[in-house]
Design a protein around this ligand. Structure first.
Ligand code: KG4
Ligand code: ZN
Length: 365
């Protein structure tokens, strides 16, 4: 039987500095004792995107205090945690170095095991913490750095079924917002504008729709938006709203096609799961209500359960890192050696090939 476990998690892979304490009892019930996140949004917004050097420095400044705060809020001392889990990739290397080195130092000083966690594994396993999902299930990760459809077979067992061949979905929102003069981050701004727009005014492309492979492509959509904006410039507020609504509609249609195929494949590969099959969504773009609605309807139609963990746990946080560490501990996996290195690129599925154009912006998740 797995004993009671308590773990401190650290996350610094992009522009959120985060620390959390999570525990899991012998039956597998878990409790989030603390969850502290400091967003660097203000530091980066003037630049219209995350600046790696600024991010790394901000992590250095904030992390020690954040860890103290996570322990204080959890009402535990370092002695009372069983292990340290720190994100060691993928992500911006400066930030990863800060978090992983801090994790190593604490592990060494306190004599605790260290788990070097893949950030994507954190996203992939969160739904087991929040919704008690059992394996296997499908996960759609849609953030500023990734757009991946992943089969989660078990702890440490991931198969990438689809990925973007160019821009990540969040990136497409951010770039579209920028060219329309909307503020960063672009996703929430585009969604807000789209509410008053006519989604049928522009017929934007839906790349790869109809193809059997499960990959995504969004750069053509962005180019079409730029072209449309140039054609009707100068843009009124209504024009911007119409472009945003049409852009979201094209994305919804694309996801419906791509993910719909993914659900069919899942049913073919796992015809007899004991529970209703599930699709989990994670990443910042999961905040988008139109997208959620599309995925919910798709799941309803295909007999799938749609699981969207609370937004705070869909975006970057340290709870998911602590939880991934706990899941690994619970399987009896050995901790990492203290000479483990951070990895800016670290695919969850080591058999999946890198697709052309993927990861232009680094491996932000
Ligand atoms: O997961 P996340 O918080 O950070 C990383 O990428 O690591 O995702 C941020 C991304 C940004 O590209 C942002 O524009 C997008 O999520 N986003 C949205 C919405 N809220 C955030 N995209 C569409 N609609 C939204 N409501
Ligand atoms: Zn992430």
């Amino acid at each position: 039987m797995v004993p009671f476990l308590r773990i401190l998690g650290i996350e610094t892979s992009c522009d959120e500095t985060a620390a959390a304490v999570v525990e899991r009892d012998a039956e597998g019930h878990s409790t989030v004792l603390s969850d502290v996140v400091l967003s660097q949004l203000d530091e980066h917004s003037a630049y219209g995107g995350v600046v790696p050097e600024i991010a790394a420095r901000a992590h250095v400044e904030a992390l020690d205090e954040l860890i103290e705060e996570a322990l204080t809020r959890a009402n535990v001392s370092l002695d009372e945690v069983d292990a340290i889990a720190a994100t060691s990739g993928p992500g911006l290397i400066g930030g990863l170095l800060v978090g992983l080195m801090t994790g190593k130092a604490i592990a060494r000083a306190a004599g605790k095991p260290l788990y070097a966690v893949n950030h994507l594994e954190g996203h992939a396993l969160t739904a087991r913490l929040t919704d008690g999902l059992s394996f296997p299930y499908l996960m759609l990760l849609v953030s500023g750095g990734h757009t991946q459809l992943i089969l989660v077979r078990g702890v440490g067992q991931y198969e990438r079924w689809g990925t973007t061949i160019d821009d990540a979905l969040g990136e497409a929102f951010d770039k579209t917002a920028k060219l329309l003069g909307l503020p960063y981050p672009g996703g929430p701004a585009v969604e807000r504008m789209a509410q008053n727009g006519n989604a049928d005014r522009f017929d934007f492309p839906r790349p790869l729709v109809g193809e059997a492979r499960l990959d995504f492509s969004f750069s053509g959509l962005k180019t079409a938006v730029r072209q449309a904006a140039q054609d009707i410039a100068p843009l009124s507020d209504q024009d911007v709203a119409d472009i945003c609504a049409s852009f979201q509609k094209a994305i919804s249609r694309t996801l419906k096609d791509r993910i719909g195929r993914g659900l069919q494949r899942f049913k073919t590969e796992f015809p007899a799961t004991s529970e209703k099959p599930a699709l989990v969504v994670a990443g910042g773009v999961a905040a988008n209500l139109e997208l959620r609605g599309t995925l919910q309807a798709l799941c309803d139609k295909n007999g799938f359960r749609f699981v969207a963990p609370p937004l705070r746990l869909c975006t970057d946080n340290a709870v998911m890192i602590a939880w991934a560490g706990l899941e690994r501990m619970a399987t009896g996996a050995a901790p990492d050696a203290l000479d483990v290195q951070p990895r800016s690129r670290w695919p969850l599925d080591s058999n999946a090939e890198t697709l052309i154009g993927f990861g232009k912006r680094g491996a932000k998740a």
